[in-house]
Design a protein. Sequence first.
Length: 394
Amino acid sequence: MNDRRSVDLLIVGGGVMGLWVAKRGLEAGMSILLLADAPNATPKGGSANPLGALMPHAPDRWGDLAAFQFQALIDLETEAARLEEETGIAVGYQRIGRLTPLRTEAAIDETQAQARAAAENWRTADGRAFTLAHRAIRADDPIAPAAAPLGVRADDLTARIAPRAYLSALRASLTRGGSIHLGAQAVELAADHVRLATGETLRAGAVIVAAGAASFALLSRLTNRAEQDLGRGIKGQAAIFEPPARIREQLAGAPMLYAGGLYITPHADGRIAVGATTERNWRWADRPDAQAASLAAAASALCPALAGLQPSRFWAGLRPRTASRMPAVGALELANGRSLWIATGGYKISFGLAHRAATALIEQIRGDEPSAALPAAFAPALALTQRPRKHTSV
Ligand SMILES: Cc1cc2nc3c(=O)[nH]c(=O)nc-3n(C[C@H](O)[C@H](O)[C@H](O)COP(=O)(O)OP(=O)(O)OC[C@H]3O[C@@H](n4cnc5c(N)ncnc54)[C@H](O)[C@@H]3O)c2cc1C
């Protein structure tokens, strides 16, 4: 066996989850090696998506998950600022809020119930409060009046970040003390080592599986469970607009728009990201197809400023979707009594909470007192087996 020097943490996968686990490990004084199968710094996997929406959990279905997600969204403001200061890379974070068009009386009633719940639950320990409300459409809202006949649900908690810049900053922060092994594909996992496609074996105190949609195949071999019972990759596509200066100015600082699964996210650099599609079956996971082209028409109908513009490019990739749709974060007990650690992103919510999930995971690995207890549903034994719960984003 050709062994390399052993490290404390060996992380398989360089998406938003793996990078944050590596960063938290380094901050805790551990030696880390992150394996990324991409041959260069251009990220592969769901985390390379251009949307970067940081959405809150519905305030009227409060529990450990909603509270965790809320605190994570609050903390990310500080984390993003620290990361920018540390690396000099602007990550495009801003709390821009979100507008959702309302079309029915029932949607207004639901919004009013959520508004009351937000007043109670969207509060920080230091007295900051965030709101969600039903209101009439305003002249400067970037939303088509015809799309919102009964006004909008408006919140001021939703934020956005530029995913690629964010990943670059995370990678840059690891260069001080950590190692990233590019072009390294893990093919076999165990509690204390990983075997690469090259045949090389790497040893570690703890192995963390953060391989996104590929995690399920890797874990299937270890657990003797069918891959599709653990989770699956769901293809998602997005369109990127680079509008002319006049439209950029109009949309600068505008809130995110959300309707029926369609997000329109104005980014700090003037680009507008639109997505996402959802496909269970596909021929090429990372190639945009006709579904992506349909996003442009849907975006123009919701946001008149985009009418007549063509996207400058499209993007496609796989989201990891565990059996329960929840992120899987924590220990997975193996038949030999040892633990393998999992940090595989939630279906649509990872960007807002990866930093906090990573804190909790490193505390678990080290046996430290938890400062950020994970929601019960993130436990791999549940996330990789339970059926999905009702949709809970606002
Ligand atoms: C179109 C689209 C839009 C989205 N929009 C949002 C959004 O707005 N907000 C949000 O929070 N979430 C969004 N998501 C979901 C989000 O992207 C994922 O939940 C998140 O990226 C998962 O992160 P991850 O680190 O678990 O997995 P990934 O980002 O997939 O990272 C896993 C990494 O592991 C690598 N890898 C795989 N196998 C191996 C191996 N054997 N060896 C070594 N490395 C390996 C992969 O190449 C990849 O780089 C979106 C997803 C899509 C597809």
